[in-house]
Write a protein that binds this ligand. Structure first.
Ligand code: NDP
Length: 330
């Protein structure tokens, strides 16, 4: 029987307010995109989720299509809730999303009301939940009126199937429009989920300022560049790594000598700060106050332990930031 660590809320500074809402999120949140699917070890998935909660990670992020197969991460998490974490439901922020291909035919992806609301019902069934805390439109749909997509998300909030509305992968202009629609519909946008890490900085020129102005929180996904911003690939491609096990989004060919040359220099800098490379990469995204939480993935309990340690040192000197810029520009 799992019983949560009594120490899990010992660090109040581990939580940051999400935009101008009443919700505070942990600096590190856990995503279930990989390693929680039907083909993965249930015992390992359970151990990762429970360890995360022991560290005070209250936020677990899912989507309809996480697996593989699609939907199976929600089923795995449903079992973890049923057997272990569910008794702490009121301590958890659970999110899911709809937007990418989930079932065949014209109503199985993108941003129609038909798809979003059917998908949310399916997600709730898979997880055995009455409601999720955050329901996201997973990506903007160029062919569906934004009014319809945001109307569906707001409806989910109004009928109590979601407590808060979220958007993911929306560029700044669409974010402003979506925020206004959701506000006018009485379901203000709690949070935006964009990708952000040292190798992919598209949020910096505008989106972070937009979110701060709109009072919307920001949870950044793939802050470790799917594992590249760690020591994972320093000695080749391990058989149990993402690039080896599930190379759909991170191929061994992406791990080039040029990438490794940069990450090894970043690793040396991290060591001089008393951090692992993963910890420094997480601290680096969290240096922006507009970033509420860094949304990590993990294949091992030890990775969760390591990542949580990032919170011990979030400060960078100007010289360190300059060194990072120099390494990234090389
Ligand atoms: P990360 O960039 O955090 O990559 C996670 C991977 O990095 C792990 O699977 C592991 O790789 C490796 N890793 C993690 N911690 C360590 C460590 N301390 N030391 C060494 N290696 C480590 O994030 P993800 O790409 O997994 O994405 C995180 C979450 O973001 C997803 O689960 C999902 O919830 C969300 N997401 C949202 C998207 C959207 O469109 N909204 C799209 C993609 C993700 P390995 O498995 O090789 O051990």
């Amino acid at each position: 029987m799992y019983s949560p660590a009594a120490t899990r809320y010992n660090s109040p500074e581990f939580y940051r307010r999400c935009g101008c809402s009443g919700i505070r999120l942990p600096l590190i949140s856990l995503g279930l995109w990989h390693n929680f699917g039907g083909k993965d070890s249930y015992d390992n998935a359970r151990a990762i989720a429970c360890r995360a909660f022991d560290h005070g990670i209250t936020h677990f992020d899912l989507a309809n299509n996480y697996g593989p197969p699609d939907g199976s991460a929600e089923e795995t998490f449903g079992r973890i809730l049923r057997e272990d974490l569910g008794k702490s439901r009121d301590e958890l922020i659970i999110s899911t999303k709809a937007g990418y291909l989930m079932w065949p035919g014209p109503y199985g992806e993108w941003g129609s009301r038909k798809y979003l609301l059917a998908s949310l019902d399916q997600s709730l069934r898979r997880m055995g939940l009455d409601y999720v805390d955050i329901f996201y439109s997973h990506r903007p749909d160029p062919d569906t009126p934004l009014e319809e997509t945001m109307g569906a998300v707001a409806h989910a909030v109004h009928v109590g199937k979601a407590l808060y509305a979220g958007i993911s992968n929306y560029p700044p202009a669409e974010t402003v429009r979506a925020a206004k629609l959701l506000r006018d519909m009485g379901a203000p946008c709690l949070i935006h989920q964009p990708h952000y890490n040292m190798f992919d900085r598209w949020v910096e020129p505008q989106l972070l300022d937009t979110l701060a102005q709109e009072g919307i929180g920001c949870i950044v996904f793939s802050p470790l560049a799917k594992g590249l911003l760690t020591d994972r690939y320093f000695k080749g491609v391990p058989a149990d790594s993402r690039a080896s096990r599930d190379p759909r989004f991170l191929r061994p060919a992406d791990i080039t000598d040029a990438v490794l040359a940069k990450t090894k220099k970043l690793h040396d800098l991290a060591q001089s700060r008393g951090q692992t490379l993963a910890q420094m990469a997480l601290a680096w995204v969290l240096r922006h106050r507009a970033v509420t939480s860094a949304l990590i993935g993990a294949s091992k309990v030890s990775q969760v332990d390591d990542c949580v340690g990032a919170a011990r040192n979030l400060k960078f000197s100007d010289a360190e930031l300059g060194q990072i810029e120099k390494i990234l520009a090389e």
